[in-house]
Design a protein around this ligand. Structure first.
Ligand SMILES: CC(C)(COP(=O)(O)OP(=O)(O)OC[C@H]1O[C@@H](n2cnc3c(N)ncnc32)[C@H](O)[C@@H]1OP(=O)(O)O)[C@@H](O)C(=O)NCCC(=O)NCCS
Length: 154
């Protein structure tokens, strides 16, 4: 029988992707499509979930997604994802997106925030057991409890 996976902390799997948005990502209003940002969010979250699980993980739900400020071509986005909660085969991943504005010395702005659920899968595409998550900081513990309470209500 396979040994149960060893627990991990959020820092073991957190990921930050950086991407400069281009004019190909913009809509008719000259700002970046929400879908282009969502793609980056899903990519970063999948990388964090896969790191935690130690195997591929697929998106099963987008639990929350908020766009807080417009993004424009030339902005440098940093997409930071960390596992916030782990169940038997599923993981909740929180994502924060910040923008360094092109052609501006203004402050970095938070432009989006999201939480997604992933399921680890084996070679046959069936759910696979993931390591437990041990939150370390007060903020990590707060997020862990928040997701756990939502899962209980679901
Ligand atoms: C992921 C997949 C294999 C899960 O199969 P399933 O038969 O639903 O599996 P289960 O019912 O055993 O659920 C597995 C886990 O996912 C969780 N889960 C399933 N659907 C969920 C949802 N909509 N939201 C949150 N969690 C969900 C379950 O609670 C369970 O978690 P746990 O093991 O931590 O307790 C299957 O749904 C699938 O292949 N979906 C498509 C995924 C995909 O292709 N994503 C990319 C989008 S293009």
């Amino acid at each position: 029988m396979e040994a149960p996976p060893i627990d991990k902390v959020p820092a073991d799997s957190s990921v930050t992707l950086a991407h400069i948005m281009s004019e190909h990502d913009t809509n008719l209003y000259g700002t970046v499509h929400g879908g282009a940002v969502m793609r980056l969010v899903d990519d970063a979250a999948a990388a964090a979930a896969g790191r935690h699980a130690g195997c591929p993980a697929v998106t099963v739900s987008v639990d929350a997604m908020s766009f807080l400020a417009p993004v424009r071509a030339g902005d440098l986005l940093s997409v930071r994802a960390r596992v916030e909660w782990a169940g038997r085969t599923s993981m909740a991943v929180g994502v924060d997106v910040t923008a360094e504005r092109w052609n501006s010395s203004g402050p970095t702005a938070q432009v989006a925030t999201a939480r997604l659920t992933f399921v680890a899968i084996d070679a046959d595409g069936a759910p696979r057991v993931v390591p437990g998550l041990c939150p370390e900081t007060p903020e990590e513990r707060r997020r862990f409890e928040e997701v756990a309470a939502k899962r209980l209500r679901r």
